[in-house]
Design a protein around this ligand. Structure first.
Ligand SMILES: NC(=O)c1ccc[n+]([C@@H]2O[C@H](COP(=O)([O-])OP(=O)(O)OC[C@H]3O[C@@H](n4cnc5c(N)ncnc54)[C@H](O)[C@@H]3O)[C@@H](O)[C@H]2O)c1
Length: 366
C-alpha cells in the first residue's frame, strides 16, 4: 500500500485508489499523474492537497487470500476517505466474477451510492456514429438509480434444473429510493441551469413499480416549475436519443434502464474508452469509475485508452468542489482528441502512458 504524504497548505482531500484488474492497473496511474499535474499548477494558498492511498483489492488478492472486500473496508472508506478512484474489476482466472461483484456492487450498496451519474458528451465530431451530429448536439446527463430495482438480488428458483423450472427476479422500488434520485436529477438541472429533465420508465407495462415512479415524478416536479419536465417510455427514449439527442439535458431512470440507456449514450459519444461515471451519495464518500471493464484482450499491452479514467477523475474533482481543476482535465482531453493524440481504439498509435503524459503536461501548463 503506497501512501503519498500530504503537502503543506490549502484544503485537502483523501482518495482511496482501487485500480483493480487488467487495464484498471494501466489507466488509473495515468489519472493520478494528471490529477497531480492539476494540483501542482496552483501555487501559494490556492494550492490543493490530495492524498492517494492505494488498495490492492482485486483478482490477485482474491486468488491469493480469498478476500474480496476486507473486513471493516466499508467503514474505513466511509470514515477516512472523501472519494474512491476505481479502475476495473474482472479477470479470466475468476470466471464467477465473485470478487468483482462483491467489491463493486458491495460498495455501491453498502455506501448507499444511490446516484449513478453517466455524462454523455461528444468531445469531437468524428467520434459519434450518428451522421451529421456535432459536439453541439450530444451533451446530456443520465442519472441511473443505483441501489434498487432489479439489481438487488431478490428472487429465487423453483424446480431448478428441471424442465418445469421457474426463475423469479424481483424489481424493488421504494418511495424513498425513487424520490431521492428524481429529486437529484432536478437539483442537478437547477444548479447547472439546464432546462429539461426527462424521466423514463415502462409504466404502461410495469403497472406497480413504475406507477410509483410516475406518482413520485409528478409530485417532485412541482417543486421545479422553471424546469421543463417530460416523461418517455424507455423504448421511446431509446429511439429518440438516437434520432435527435439535442432534445435531452438530464435523463433520470431506474437501475436496469439506466444501465442500458447510458451505454447507448456512451457509444454516441465515442465509445467505452471515453466514458466516465460516478457512483455518488452527495456529501458522503463516493466512487468514481470509467465505464469500461478490465479488457483482458488488451491488458498488459500498454495500449488502453486512459481518457475514460481521466474524465472520471474530472468528475471526482467536481465532486470534491474543485471544478476549475475538473474543467482543466476535460479541456486537455478535448485537446488530445483534437490533435488525434490517442490510443489505437480511437484510431491513433499512442501508448497509454504517452497519452497520460501529454494530458498531464497540458494540464500542468494552463
Ligand atoms: N466496472 C467494472 O469494473 C466492469 C465493467 C464492465 C466489465 N467488467 C469486467 O471486465 C471484464 C471484461 O469485460 P468486457 O470485455 O465485456 O468489457 P470491457 O469494457 O473490458 O471491454 C470491451 C471491449 O472494449 C475494449 N476496451 C474497453 N476499455 C477500453 C479502453 N480503455 N481502451 C481501449 N479499449 C478498451 C476492450 O478491449 C474490449 O474489446 C469482465 O470480467 C467484466 O465482467 C468490469
Amino acid at each position: 500500500m503506497a501512501v503519498k504524504p500530504l503537502r503543506e497548505g490549502g484544503p485537502a482531500a483523501r482518495i482511496a485508489v482501487i485500480a483493480g484488474d487488467g487495464i484498471g492497473q494501466e489507466v488509473t496511474p495515468e489519472s493520478i499523474k494528471v490529477i497531480h499535474a492539476a494540483m501542482d499548477s496552483h501555487s501559494g494558498s490556492a494550492r490543493r492537497q490530495i492524498e492517494f492511498v492505494e488498495l490492492d483489492w482485486g483478482a490477485d488478492k482474491f486468488l491469493r487470500e480469498g478476500i474480496t472486500l476486507p473486513a471493516g473496508a466499508v467503514e474505513m472508506l466511509a470514515n477516512e476517505f472523501d472519494a474512491i478512484l476505481f479502475g476495473a474489476l474482472g479477470d479470466p482466472r475468476v470466471p464467477s466474477n465473485q470478487h468483482a461483484a462483491e467489491i463493486l456492487l458491495g460498495l455501491r450498496f453498502k455506501l448507499d451510492l444511490f446516484v449513478n451519474a453517466r455524462p454523455v458528451e461528444l468531445f469531437h465530431d468524428r467520434l459519434t456514429p450518428l451522421r451529421d451530429r456535432t459536439t453541439n448536439d450530444i451533451r446530456f446527463m443520465v442519472f441511473r438509480e443505483n441501489t434498487e430495482g432489479l439489481y438487488v438480488g431478490v428472487g429465487g428458483f423453483f424446480k431448478k434444473d428441471t424442465p418445469d423450472e421457474i426463475a423469479v427476479q424481483e424489481d424493488v422500488n421504494s418511495r424513498k429510493g425513487v424520490e431521492r434520485i428524481i429529486r437529484h436529477a432536478f437539483e442537478y438541472a437547477r444548479q447547472n441551469k439546464l432546462k429539461r429533465v426527462c424521466m423514463s420508465d415502462k409504466s404502461n407495462a410495469m403497472t406497480f413499480a413504475h406507477d410509483l415512479w410516475q406518482r413520485v415524478f409528478k409530485q417532485v416536479r412541482q417543486e421545479y416549475p422553471e424546469i421543463e419536465s417530460r416523461h418517455l417510455y424507455i423504448d421511446t427514449l431509446a429511439m429518440e436519443v438516437v434520432r435527435d439527442p439535442r432534445q435531452f439535458d438530464v435523463i433520470v431512470t431506474c437501475n436496469l434502464f439506466g444501465d442500458i440507456i447510458s451505454d447507448l449514450g456512451a457509444q454516441l459519444a465515442g465509445g467505452l474508452g471515453l466514458a466516465p461515471s460516478g457512483n455518488i451519495h452527495p456529501g458522503r464518500t463516493s466512487l468514481f469509475e470509467p465505464v469500461h471493464g478490465s479488457a483482458p484482450n488488451i491488458a498488459g499491452k500498454g495500449i488502453a485508452n486512459p481518457l475514460g479514467s481521466i474524465l472520471t477523475s474530472a468528475m471526482m474533482l467536481d465532486f470534491l468542489g474543485w471544478t476549475a481543476e475538473g474543467n482543466a482535465l476535460r479541456t486537455a482531453v478535448r485537446a488530445a482528441l483534437q490533435e488525434n493524440f490517442v490510443t489505437p481504439d480511437l484510431g491513433g498509435e499512442k501508448k497509454t502512458v504517452e497519452v497520460g503524459d501529454w494530458i498531464a503536461k497540458r494540464v500542468g501548463s494552463r
